[in-house]
Each structure stands twice: as C-alpha cells, then as structure tokens.
Design a protein around this ligand. Sequence first.
Ligand SMILES: *Cc1c(COP(=O)(O)O)cnc(C)c1O
Length: 394
Amino acid sequence: MLKLDNHPSGRHFLHIPGPSPVPSRILRAISYQTIDHRGPEFGVFGLSLLTQIKQLFKTKNPVIIYPSSGTGAWEAALVNTLNTGDLVLMYESGHFASLWNRLALRMGLRTEIIGQPGIEGWRYGVDAQKIEERLKADTQHEIKAVCVVHNETSTGVTSDMLAVRKAIDAAKHPALLMVDTISGLCSADYQNDDWGVDVTISGSQKGLMMPPGLGFNVISQKAIEASHDSKMPKAYWAWDEILEANKTGYFPTTPATNLLYGLSEAIEMIMGEGLEQVFQRHQKLGAACRAAVEAWGLEVLCKDPAVYSPVVTSVLLPEGIDANALRKVILERYNLSLGTGLGRLNGRVFRIGHLGDCNELSLMAAISGCEMGLQAFGITLKGSGVLAAQKILQ
Ligand SMILES: *Cc1c(COP(=O)(O)O)cnc(C)c1O
C-alpha cells in the first residue's frame, strides 16, 4: 500500500499533463467484478466497446487496444508496418517526438530528424512545408513513414495534422502518416479519417481521464496492407491476431478487463458531454491559463497563437530560476503537482495541465497555487494571474 501517513487534508491537485485525475465514476466502473474474458458476456461488451471507441478518433477504421502505456503503442505502430533498416522521417517538435525517434532507432529503423534545433525550435508547431520539401527530394521513395506528434505534451504545442497530410499528398509520396495523439485525444480535436492518418497512436491516461495502462493504434487499410509486407519481429504487438479475435469482441491474450470497463464509462461520459463541447471546454481552460501566465509577466513557451495547446501550458521562467525548485515549493505548500520540464526544457519550464476531468474551478485552484508559489519563491509578478483567468472564465 502507498504510504499515506503524511497525506495532507483536502484533495491532491494533479495538474500534470497526464496522468490526469480519474473521475470517481470511472474508478467505480473499474471496480466491477473481473469477468471471464472468454465468456459470453465479454464478447458482447468487447464488440460494443470496439465500435464505441471509434467515435473518439472520428474514424471508421479498426482501433487496436493494448494493455500498455503509450510507448507500447508507438512501438506497435512501427513494428507492424515497417522493415528493419527502413528510413523514417521524424519531426522533432519536442521531447516526446525525440523519445519516439529513440525508440525507432532501438527497433532497428533508420531515422532522419527534421524540425528546428534548440529550445527555440520547440516553441512552434510542425512545419508541414519542411516535410513536403523533404518528401519531394526523396524521388526514390526511400522514406517509408512520416512520424509526427499532434499535441506535444512537453511544450504545449498542438500542430496541424491536416497540413501534414496535405504536404505528403502534395509531394505525391507514398509514406505512411503516423501520428501520436497520446495527449491530444479527447482534449484537442482529432479527425483520424478526414486527416488521412495511417496509424494513430494514443493512450488512456491523458484526455480520456483513465488511469495509465491502455495504448491504442487506429489503423488504415493502407497500414494493414503494409503490415502484410512487414517482417520486423513482433508477436505481442502483432495486429493480425488481434484483428481476428476482435471480430467477435475478444482478444487473443488476456485484456485489461477492468480498464476496459473504465474505458467504456469514459466514452459514455465524453459522448454525454459531447466531443465538441469537450474540445471547447479545453480551449477555454487553455485560454484562461495563458491569460494568467501573461498577467504574471511570464512567458508561455509556445510562440505561435495558432498552435497553442488546449491541453497543457508550458511556462518559461526567466534564465537562472530553477523551475524544479519552484515546483517542489508548490507541491509542498499547496499539494499541487505541476509538470516538470522535459529534455532540453528541464529546469527551464513548468507545465500546467488542464486536460481531462478539469473544469473552471479546478483550473482556478491550480492557477492560485502557482501564483502563491511563485510569490513564495521570490519571483516578482507583474499582476494577478488569478484575476486575469477569472475574466476569461466569467
Ligand atoms: C504521455 C505521452 C507519451 C508517452 O506515453 P507513455 O504512456 O508514458 O508511454 C508519448 N507521447 C506523448 C505526446 C505523450 O503525451
């Protein structure tokens, strides 16, 4: 059991950009009795779930559900469609994109990184023009896949995936489009089919309001065809046996039964609120959070308003201020968890998550905690972020 004897009163404010707080309705659903995953009830439940989940991705394609974190789903996307030594174009938009690149290298793929170097480069969205130019130059079609991150959780930038699709089409290039929307799903609009994504990668613990433990691949017909020619070693991640079993609502191996109950409940909650309403709520929370940062006189890391993330806001601190020491003060004083700076941004930023089961007042609490913490840390603020955020939310 977790050691809780120093647990402070009141609730913990979990404002990291995933895992996000899990609503009690989902926790209760997860606590239902585990049933026989080969029994008659399960097939009915599984079929319904595998159909329902498509709505979240705006897709008619099959959705593969893995008992894994998002990283597993990254690996699955690559090993199902590619061959050892294939060249993959990786757009380095931030820390998660660079981790996906590292994973691809470990799997025996060759990668080429494009994007802007340095912290400065991480402050903008994916430049589809760059992808188009690179693909046009690849007349031999050596590049087999283009990998991009939709919502870069390390920076707070949500890139335009339709622009990437158009870039690939404009170059008349056959590469597969693979998109990581692990933190974008159910918090930023995502249109799998209209954006022509071949493999979408996602996970449960961010906008979906679930605990960690489920990974997703949404797979196009073109990706399924590529999987027939793919010889990279795979067994657990292989789509073929999963697709076969999924036809009747079952899984080839033991699924995470109780997490699937939670997933079913999460879908019901999200569709009950309405997907578009969910996105609007996130947009509004994001705007309020950025207004607070500006009022403090601090900098939002993302420099292009067209790609501000509705999921997470990264706050860049003046040089010489240690963001991790600040986060520690805020956690100790106010029981508020903020996201750490990742990779190049470590120590330079802290991140405020406003995704999933988050509303006006939970965000206001987080902003208030940040404001008090910044002052306690000795940072002079230009004005009140709390008041500025309230103005947006009123
Ligand atoms: C959280 C996250 C991941 C990593 O997923 P894990 O579940 O930690 O394996 C990858 N990409 C993005 C954009 C993320 O936000």
